[in-house]
Design a protein around this ligand. Structure first.
Ligand code: G3H
Ligand code: 13P
Ligand code: ZN
Length: 350
């Protein structure tokens, strides 16, 4: 599915040289004004909210996210998947994150901003990201068995902690697709395993599987879209105060799937996680909630609306600008309805 991003054979040598250059040029995340997630999570758990972790792939998305969070006074984690890194380049992502920090400060807000590798596949990718300027990384060993997951996660912790970079790992398997890994069904996190996992690995936060899943099709029509909050409660009991992460938490708003359909797109049986279920989780030990699909839907719906209503338009600023504003407006509502993080820091305005 990502073949359109691969270099043609004629350009592959140039592409390889660019890639090796990418790994060499880098920054310390503090020099970019970024923070790791340690204090963010401690404050979030103490005050009963969750930090929004929004994925971005370009300048418009990075600015939509940071402006929404700065206007609401919410801390923010800007995160990139491996696919996003391939799209933007590991050299560009940290500089967009720096621009996001500058934008927040120019707006008069003091929100902390972290740059996080989402679903890091291996230590090599983690190293590239830390050298490039990331302040936080995920190592996703959830598809390995328990012992191997501990081993790969610990390896990443030992490396990342030398640079004061935070590490998230995952226990349990979410249904759905993430990058190249696809799981047909959930394997809920086993509460009996969490204490041993966090003690043996030394990770800073733990992603768990309690019924969320990636993408726009989280439940089948007719299914009850409920999370296993009982498992979350049991996990909290085993590792009190430890920062928990939820992936796959988009609500898949009907207004955007409808708008996409209205302007010629196709989205069938798209069902997300109800805000009310997530709000319950956010007020507990859940310190970080990942949302990507909702932003993509808002962004795409706005582009379709502009191009559908103004067929003569070919200025990218018109449709990308509308997409940015739609994403920003939606994320501001999500900060209130789901994360509960409004006003945790100083608000700013453009
Ligand atoms: O969890 C996966 C994120 O939604 C990123 O998706 O790999 O298509 O960038 P992606
Ligand atoms: P959604 O697909 O529900 O937005 O989940 C995103 C995610 O978990 C990124 O890691
Ligand atoms: Zn995820």
């Amino acid at each position: 599915p990502r073949s359109t991003l691969s270099p043609s054979s004629a350009t592959s040598d140039v592409y390889k040289r660019q890639n090796s250059r990418r790994a060499k040029m880098g920054y310390n995340y503090r020099d970019l004004g970024l923070t790791n997630t340690k204090e963010m999570f401690a404050k979030a758990n103490k005050e009963g909210y969750a930090v929004p972790a929004f994925n971005f792939n370009n300048m418009e998305m990075a600015m939509a996210i940071v402006e929404a969070c700065a206007e609401m006074g919410s801390p923010v984690i800007l995160q990139c998947s491996k696919g996003a890194l391939k799209y933007m380049g590991a050299d560009v992502a940290p500089l967009l994150a720096k621009a996001a920090v500058d934008r927040a400060r120019n707006m008069g807000s003091d929100i902390p901003v972290a740059l996080h590798l989402d679903h890091g596949p291996d230590l090599e990718t983690v190293k590239t990201c830390i050298e490039a300027g990331f302040s936080s990384v995920m190592i996703d060993g959830s598809h390995y068995d328990f012992a191997k997951n501990i081993q790969v996660s610990k390896e990443v912790v030992d490396y990342a902690h030398q640079f004061d970079v935070s590490v998230e790992a995952e226990l349990g398997v979410l249904a759905g697709i993430e990058d190249d890994v696809k799981a047909e069904s959930h394997t809920y996190t086993n509460p009996d395993e969490v204490e041993e996992f966090v003690t043996k690995t030394g990770v800073d936060s733990l992603a768990i599987a309690i019924g969320t899943s990636h993408g726009a099709h989280k439940f089948k029509p007719g299914e009850d879209p409920k999370l296993r909050l009982d498992i979350l409660k049991e996990i909290e009991r085993r590792i009190p105060g430890f920062p928990i992460v939820l992936h796959g938490s988009s609500a898949v708003p009907k207004q955007y799937t409808d708008m996409i359909k209205q302007y010629g797109g196709e989205v069938k049986d798209a069902i997300g996680i109800p805000d009310s279920e997530l709000r319950k989780a956010a007020s507990s030990a859940v310190a970080k909630i990942n949302v990507d699909t909702d932003g993509r839907l808002a962004f795409t719906a706005a582009i379709r609306r502009v191009l559908g209503t103004s067929p003569k338009e070919f200025d990218p600023r018109k449709y990308l600008g509308a997409a940015k504003e739609e994403m920003k407006a939606y994320y501001k509502t999500k900060i209130v309805d789901v994360f509960g993080s409004e006003g945790a820091y100083k608000k700013g305005s453009l």
